[in-house]
Structure formats: C-alpha cells, structure tokens
Design a protein around this ligand. Structure first.
Ligand code: ADE
Length: 223
C-alpha cells in the first residue's frame, strides 16, 4: 500500500512514521508512506497555496490549482482507491472505517489548513472526508497521522502477532478487558487469581465478562 500525504507543513509528519510499528511496516515493505509539500506545487515566485476568500471574510483558503497540480503529478505513477480530506466536518473515524481502509490499495490524504480548502477540491477530487473526532485541530496533519496508524496496524504482517489487532478494543464491538503482568503481587496489589491458574477456557470466559462489564460501564452506546 502506498499512502501519500499532501500538506503545507511536512515537518509535522516527520516524527509519527519513523518509529515503532509504522517504521517497521515501512522497513518490511508492507506500506510506503510519502509526505509531499504542497508548496512545491504552488503558484508564482512565492509558491502561493492560499488566497483570500471570495465574498470576503477573514482567513485564507487553500487554492485548487496547487492541489490539482500535485494530484496530477502523483497520479502519473500511482492510482488511488481513495482521496481523503481530513476535516472536522467529515465522517467520524471508527474502527470499522479503519478496517475497510486497510483493505484498499493506495490512499492519498490531503491535510487542510487556514480557513479551509476551496470547495471545488472537495466536490470534484476528494472521495472521502474523515474527522478524527468532534474537536478542531490546527490542521489535518495530526489527524492524518492518527488515521494512518489506525489503518497500517491492521494490514496483515504489520503486527508480529496478528491476533493482537483482532483483540483490540472495538474490533468485536467491545472494549478490551484489563491485562496484567509480573509480579503477581506488588505490595499487596494482586493479579486476579483466575489469570494465574492456567485454565484457558476459564480465562477466556473471565476476559469476555470483563469486556462486557467495562463496555457497559464506559461505553454503553456500543452494546
Ligand atoms: N482538521 C482539523 N480538525 C480535524 C479533526 N477533528 N479531524 C480531522 N481533521 C481535522
């Protein structure tokens, strides 16, 4: 899978993809994440990417031309299954959406800034608009990083133990049960006895019950 991310602040995306699971996924050749500076496709000597909005009002709007120049350049050798715009008024990201996107071929993500992007980009070039939650970030970059992480970890071969993504919270519509590791007794704080006995069916039953209880208490809307 190729994931191309178009932004006016590429520096914001230098960190998230160069560590841990996302870095390993790239080293293994499972995914290629490329960050493109929209300014390189900007107009004129100053490589402008934004302008005042028609009709007046404060705030600059990202122009259509630099984006289309960039998209056409990238499309010369990459086909995209989805062109995603990160925006607070998009469809809210859910695990089911990450699952669906992890099955796609290549993705292009566009990060907005300033007051917004020219509506014609959204209507004619974007195929999916995604929000990562009901709050407003300064731009789409951090949202793109969240989206990429949620997708890439689901691609087979990325996690060393494939089942661990399947047992994530939300994958079965439930929150995950609590987990423990050594020591079994830390200053009197004990690990539940049932986890220590080695009775796998009993452990599985306990985990399921805990997942139900946690979901009932914290996210009853999921049940
Ligand atoms: N850009 C700004 N806020 C955002 C959000 N909540 N989700 C996606 N993109 C955004």
């Amino acid at each position: 899978m190729i994931i191309d991310i178009v932004t006016v602040v590429p520096g914001l995306l230098e960190g998230p993809f160069s560590h841990s699971i996302l870095q390993r996924a790239q080293t293994k050749g499972i995914v290629e994440i490329r960050v493109h500076n929209l300014r390189e496709y900007g107009n004129g000597k100053h490589k402008n990417v934004d302008d005042y909005q028609y009709g007046g009002g404060s705030g600059m709007v990202m122009m259509i031309e630099p984006f289309v120049n960039c998209l056409e350049h990238l499309q010369k050798d990459t086909n995209y299954d989805e062109v995603i715009f990160l925006t607070p008024d998009g469809e809210t990201l859910k695990q089911s959406m990450a699952n669906e996107l992890s099955l796609k071929g290549n993705l292009l993500m566009l990060c907005g800034h300033y007051k917004g992007i020219d509506q014609r980009i959204r209507e004619h070039f974007v195929t999916k608009e995604i929000s990562i939650g009901d709050y407003v970030l300064s731009g789409g970059e951090l949202a793109a990083a969240v989206l990429v992480d949620s997708i890439v970890r689901l691609i087979p071969g990325v996690l060393s133990d494939e089942t661990s993504a399947l047992s994530d919270s939300f994958q079965d519509g439930l929150l995950s049960p609590p987990v423990y590791t050594r020591p079994a007794d830390f200053r009197g704080l004990k690990v539940p006895e049932i986890l220590i006995g080695g009775n796998t069916p009993e452990v599985e039953k306990w985990r399921f019950e805990q997942a139900i209880a946690r979901t009932k208490e914290r996210r009853p809307d999921l049940l």
